[in-house]
Design a protein around this ligand. Structure first.
Ligand SMILES: [Zn+2]
Ligand SMILES: [Zn+2]
Length: 204
């Protein structure tokens, strides 16, 4: 069974929805990489980090995301010139989707932005898979893979193939038809990114 989930930034300024979500179509990932963490610090949402510095993401088909309100107030950043496009709400910093390109139609949404009761999340997304644990703070959390397990890679490749098919001819809220990002990104300077990553040293 797939569901349509409401999407909402913390303060409620930005709203939208994600269609067709189920454990078979979405990937719930806890990413411990330093870039995901640096991004949350940049947008002043370190409250979304888990005790090991992990970021709770639900990866979905990019074209299944629709913004209803407040999307024109969104900002976008790339941590490096070739980094992911990381969109977020200008009002409260809530992440609104990590994306790569029009041709790679996925969006990594913040779990916190999706309206699903915690008691129901296993049925909505399937189990969370930990990855990039070699960057985790205070040692690797149990069960998380140092990089990405083969199972996660295989799963992601399968999802991507399906997402690509399902996206044909569909509008993306993230990229226009020519593949340009709808919200122009700011690219961080190298030392700006380094400064954000250096905060890992200060973390307990
Ligand atoms: Zn907001
Ligand atoms: Zn990451």
């Amino acid at each position: 069974m797939t569901r349509t989930l409401a999407l909402r930034c913390r303060c409620g300024e930005v709203t939208g929805q994600v269609e067709g979500v189920s454990p078979a179509t979405a990937n719930r990932v806890i990413c411990y990489c330093d870039d995901c963490r640096a991004f949350l610090r940049l947008v002043e949402r370190a409250d979304l980090l888990d005790p090991h510095g992990g970021v709770d993401l639900v990866q979905v088909r990019g074209t299944s995301v629709r913004f209803a309100r407040g999307a024109d107030g969104a900002l976008c950043v790339r941590l490096s010139p070739r980094g992911m496009y990381r969109r977020y709400a200008a009002c409260c910093g809530t992440p609104l989707g990590n994306t790569v390109s029009l041709g790679l139609p996925f969006a990594g949404l913040s779990r916190a932005s999706l309206d699903v009761d915690p008691a129901d999340e296993l049925r909505a997304f399937g189990p969370a898979i930990g990855c990039n644990a070699r960057f985790a703070l205070g040692g690797a959390p149990e069960g998380a893979h140092p990089r990405a397990s083969l199972a996660l890679i295989a799963r992601s490749v399968r999802r991507l193939a399906r997402w690509k098919l399902a996206s044909l001819g569909e509008e993306s809220a993230y990229f226009d038809g020519a593949g340009a990002p709808r919200v122009a990104p700011r690219v961080l300077a190298r030392d700006e990114r380094a400064a954000l990553r250096a905060l890992d040293m200060l973390a307990p």
